[in-house]
Design a protein around this ligand. Sequence first.
Ligand code: KDO
Length: 334
Amino acid sequence: MHSSLTRRALGALALGTGLALAVAPAFAQQPLKIRISSPAVDTDWHAKQLYVFKDKLNELLPGQFDVEIHLNGVLFKQGAEPVAMQRGNLEMAMISAFDISKQIPEWSIFTAGYLLRDPDHQAKVFDGEIGKEMYKLVEDQMDLHVLKVAYLGTRQLNLRTDKEIKTPADLAGVKLRMPTTDTWQFLGKALGANPLPLAFGEIYTGLQTGVIDGQENPLPTDKAAKFYEVTKQIVLTDHLVDSIFLTIAKKAWDSYTPEQQKAIDEAIAAAVKFNNENRIKDEQELLEFFKSQGLKVYAPDVDAFRKQVQEEYLKSEYAKSWPAGLIDRINAVK
Ligand code: KDO
């Protein structure tokens, strides 16, 4: 009795297991792939934040997403990410206002030097009404969904020459590497330099060989990409409180359930918090590091730079496409 019951039970179990095995693959959910491409180096905070995103998302929804992180511009070259997302070849990227303004001229307002005051101002502008309106343009016109802004840092000049730079006039003839889009080139010109387009991955060699006299990036990036090894000075111009927008293809976003979207938002918030806290801390601490590496680090006449750069932007073609009243609204955000 006992043994036959057991045999029957075993038989049922075997049948059950067989069924389960046969049926399981049909129901098993394949993890949804999120490919992320960035030119960033792995030691930079905005690259590291992508791993925070990946881990947090997996903690919230285990096994539902497969986040693939591609750094150093190996999957798509710098600036090619928006179109890659639009064509369905990439799910996520960290894109700049410069990238966006290539397709939405109104966005060039955020490429202007000396507009955003500091990381706190940046977060309040983009996490508030202005951000909502400007992100909607991206959603409607580019089919991209902006998840959140992250603080890329405040950009400073970093030169391999040792002539002291006090005012924009001192930058006359200085070959300053800027990223390749026109809006970046304009910023270089507005600073008084002779801008030269070069991809991020080529800066180090450009500095080493003297193809360029300098570059400008936030201090944590200068450290992560080791630019201090091939330069002599950092000039604290504070010319751009730079933003990087964590962005996902709308088609991918719309295919997720509300629960998945909520988890992505939560994971992104954790990633941005990690990035921003570390970058801000680094920006305060790195001055000493660069000095210890033998670089001169000093502030120029920042008012002279601010005056010239703001004037150049206000009289530029770009300013004509800025939404009416937006500068005042941005300035009024406290
Ligand atoms: C750069 O090329 O100088 C820049 O800082 C521009 C940013 O918009 C962003 O692309 C960044 O590079 C990369 O993420 C590498 O740090």
